[in-house]
Design a protein around this ligand. Sequence first.
Ligand code: PMP
Length: 432
Amino acid sequence: MGWQMTGRFGISPQLLLGLSLGVLLSASCRQIWAVVASRLTRDDDSTYAQGRIQTKGDDEAVKSEIRVGVEGLIGNTPLMKVKSLSDATGCEILAKVEMMNPGGSAKDRIALAIVEQAEADGLLRPNSGDVVYEGTSGSTGISLAMICRAKGYRAHICLPDDTSTEKVDLLEKLGAEVEKVPPASIVDRRQYVNQARARATDRNNDDSVEGRGLFADQFENEANWKAHCDHTGPEIYKQTGGNVDVFVTGAGTGGTISGVSRYLKQKLPKLKVVLADPPGSGLYNKVKYGVMFDIMEREGTRRRHQVDTLVEGIGINRVTRNFDVGMPLVDDAIRVTDKESLAMAKFLVEHDGLFVGSSTAVNCVAAAKYALKIGPGHTIVTIICDSGTRHLSKFWKAVGPVGGELPAVPLEDILNLSSTASTSRANTPVNG
Ligand code: PMP
């Protein structure tokens, strides 16, 4: 035996030792490399794991989740925890990010539903010259213009002549025909909604033009609230695992509040529904006291617009069909001043990097106020209706400087917790 000895397979002990050392060395090198590699990749993974992007482990190529056309991108929007508001109130404040629809707002859902319902009723036929008419100064026109292009129709949008330029430009770039009319009361024949209805009727009465006209009628058309009852509500229910105490949102047509409430309340009878209402809107008093009236409507104070606020998209002075179907389900209302919504918009950028439009700022003020009223430990869901980019020339202009060296203002300081009085700033307002 000894070092000179050869083994059973004719291998000398020195060779055996050398081979063993080699194997050991290469194994430990591999281990060291594996540890280094895993360190490097774990850093990446943990960063991604906090967000939405999950790339590791997805290296198996599976063809799935291909959405068909822009219609296929509508809905299934994320639900986001608004960290600043949740931390400040002790409630979980969640926001359904409707601005992530392809047309940039929840109105994509109702534009698609209205067009699909009309197709099912035989009122629209693709590529036959049919035109969809709507009176809207809000996002509905943009969503309709997008859906019409995608499905082979033309869109004709009537709007007040002082609608923000970014919306008019966008409509035109989506190939819609834009008709501007002077702002007028709903009882005026030339009011933009009435004008759109009249245009559709004229087209249908004129045998010399090809294609029919459809008045989309978002305020009265029941496809609106049904789209939210069939989709937005169930999505919120699933995303929260049915754990929602309060749903807070504003109302323009009323489709969102009615549709979501009708679905959620039947699943969660204890849910509280809270209307967030801007200055000049009569809905706050309608919900609280059963009377449709706002202080701005008193004798001698009637302005150019029905609803007098910087906020666009919500607030109205009549009960639409879409609000009516959900009104008995609305438990409470919160008045939000322009001062509060402007401060909230700034607060959300400074704390969360979240750049939202005016109606979303109103929703977030109401959600935060309600959270402070009911105390910590509750889950409150609201809506991020659209992005601040749609509101740069009006609402965001009034917000003033953002960020900088100044210390951020605490949440309590931006909420007027003692008062529900409205402090309007300008006569620029619109809904739908
Ligand atoms: N926010 C914006 C920006 C809107 O355009 C609208 C619709 N008018 C709303 C909120 C309110 O939605 P709804 O019409 O469903 O009440």
